[in-house]
Design a binder for this molecule. Structure first.
Ligand code: NAD
Length: 323
């Protein structure tokens, strides 16, 4: 039985999304190797897996040479700081993991004959002039703006992945992930949902950047993981958007979080960060057509499940400045 298990390497495995992917692939009967340097991740996210013999953890920076003994069937490259508060603090590491790290993992996939899926992002569309965003849209990114380190690393990541596909015949998959939320997000990672939830739970005012009319679409993590799983098993090498198309303004979202947590609505307005996208909504026609996928968890249900997690962790989380 052990010998027939698919062997899967998940980089960024101790992070928010990576840890949920570890759970899913263990559930699918795979042998999972999580690799992470813990720069933004936390071993607590995967400590429940350490007792399993089909789970291994390597503490390693994937921007350096990557070696994994034995064969590999799949590689999922999720290592990268993902929230602005992180990548603005460590822009060089962010650029390196998207470029050198991706190069290392594509080389590993080539050596092992493994299929590789890389985690791209809706940020490749920048501040989009096309709405909702379709995969064919090339984006509107400022390479030298503060977010350039993340957006351009991800754009390079897609380009080198396609080059390995066309020039070396490596089996590649590219997922463009839109804002995703759920348990194991860091409360202090600066993204809007953890910021609002922890502010509401602490009885503080909710920080709105700009006038709050900018929109986001939030996808629950279980839906995202299902989309990624289907994409990995598909034969489609071009980028696919995975996200929830139900768009909401940031102000409406703040109101929703206050209703859910049962606290009075108190809003504090702050200036909009530079190059902050005004609109964000995925066009998921491709995911529907190619993967038969669409999100199933309503925002109300997803937020209730996330709130349970945040309630347990709000006391222990340090408060950080928000970006
Ligand atoms: P996260 O910060 O929780 O997880 C990232 C993990 O990568 C962390 O555990 C971190 O320690 C690890 N890591 C970073 N640099 C590394 C390196 N050089 N070597 C080894 N490990 C390294 O973030 P997340 O939200 O789970 O995001 C995971 C991936 O998904 C990222 O690639 C991100 O760009 C992408 N993504 C996430 C979202 C989202 O909504 N969460 C949206 C779009 C794209």
């Amino acid at each position: 039985m052990g010998k027939d298990r698919k062997r899967v390497l998940i980089t960024g495995g101790a992070g928010f999304l990576g840890s949920h992917l570890c759970d899913r692939f263990i559930k699918e009967g795979c042998h999972v190797i999580a690799m992470d340097n813990l720069i933004t991740g936390d071993l607590k996210n995967i400590e429940h897996l350490f007792k399993l013999e089909q789970f291994e953890f390597y503490n390693h920076d994937v921007s350096k040479y990557v070696h994994v003994p034995g064969h590999l069937d799949y590689i999922l490259h999720f290592a990268s700081p993902a929230s602005p508060i992180d990548y603005l603090k460590i822009p060089i590491q962010t650029l390196k993991v998207g470029s050198l790290g991706t190069h290392n993992l594509l080389g590993l996939a080539k050596d092992k004959g493994a299929r590789i899926l890389i985690a791209s992002t809706s940020e490749v569309y920048g501040d989009p002039e096309v709405h909702p965003q379709v995969e064919e849209y090339w984006g509107n990114v400022n390479p030298v703006g503060p977010r350039g380190c993340y957006d351009e690393a991800k754009r390079f990541q897609e380009a080198i992945t396609m080059a390995y596909h066309t020039h070396h015949g490596v089996e590649t998959r590219i997922v463009r992930i839109f804002n995703t939320y759920g348990p194991r997000m860091r409360l202090n990672d600066g993204r809007v949902l953890p910021a609002f939830m922890s502010q509401a739970l602490r009885g503080e005012e909710l920080s709105i950047f700009g006038d709050g009319s900018q929109t986001r679409s939030f996808c629950y993590v279980d839906d995202l993981v299902e989309g990624i799983y289907r994409l990995l098993l598909s034969d489609y090498p071009l980028p696919v958007n995975i996200g929830n198309p139900h768009e909401i303004t940031i102000k409406e979202f703040a109101e929703e979080i206050c209703r859910l947590t049962g606290v009075e609505l108190k809003l504090g307005y702050q200036p909009l960060p530079e190059n902050d996208p005004q609109k964000r909504r995925p066009d998921i026609s491709k995911a529907r057509e190619i993967l038969g996928w669409e999100p199933k968890v309503s925002r109300g249900e997803g937020l209730r499940r996330t709130l349970e997690y945040f309630k347990e962790h709000v006391e222990s989380a340090p408060v950080e400045a928000k970006v």
